[in-house]
Design a protein around this ligand. Structure first.
Ligand code: ZN
Length: 218
């Protein structure tokens, strides 16, 4: 999915996650590493390694492709940009499955009702975080439409209060391998990872030598 949309001169190899980026985790991946008030209702995509072993982070130049043939059914604000909600019917006989693409900037003119072909770029990752406590990233959540409140009323305060069992794990739609890294508190992620648009990543990863990369390929 997103790995095909990165700069042409970087050969994507695999994604990197901190535990707190994964679905269901109570950990955070910013600042002091205080636990989340509730478990993570989705998956955060931000870091990856290229074929030469260089470490990068996504930035606001990266476009966001639709994971499925789908239709835009809502767009709501979130604390880092906009969330586009798209509905698809693939492999889900009981009803539509909704994918929430959060912290993005939709392309100009994107509107509710618009059809998205799988792979079509419809947004870029949002760069809105002036305080720099969390680098630009894509948050994905997935749920059956029947498990969520009516779309007209849906907003993030409401999503945050929902039972986490109503959501699905977006890792099932990734088409690349990943590794899980250990988060070291107070790491400046803007510094530790090179933005993809700069073209040249660090070898050896964030805080090379002190960050233990544990190889947990699913
Ligand atoms: Zn998230």
């Amino acid at each position: 999915m997103i790995e095909n949309r990165i700069c042409r001169n970087i050969e994507f190899d695999h994604l990197l996650f901190f535990a707190g980026m994964r679905f269901g985790s109570r950990k955070s991946w910013w600042g002091h590493g205080r636990p989340r008030p509730q478990s993570h209702e989705g998956l955060d995509l931000c870091f990856f390694v290229d074929r030469s072993g260089r470490y990068f982070r996504l930035d606001e130049t990266v476009c966001v492709p639709a994971a499925f043939d789908s239709q835009v059914v809502a767009m709501i604000p979130d604390f880092l940009g906009t969330t586009v909600i798209a509905a698809h019917e693939v492999d889900n006989p009981t009803g539509r499955c909704l994918v929430l693409y959060a912290h993005i900037t939709p392309e100009k003119g994107l509107h509710t009702g618009q059809r998205l072909e799988a792979g079509r770029c419809f947004a870029r990752i949002s760069g809105e975080n002036k305080k720099r406590w969390l680098p630009p990233h894509l948050h994905l959540s997935m749920a059956a439409e029947e498990n969520l409140p009516p779309l007209q009323r849906l907003d993030w305060p409401m999503v945050n209060r929902l039972d986490r069992n109503l959501f699905m794990n977006p890792e099932q739609i990734l088409d690349s391998d990943f590794q899980v890294m250990e988060f070291i508190v107070r790491t400046d992620l803007y510094e530790a990872f090179v933005p993809v648009s700069s073209g040249g990543g660090h070898s050896g990863g964030p805080g090379a030598g002190k960050t233990g990369l544990c190889h947990e390929t699913p």
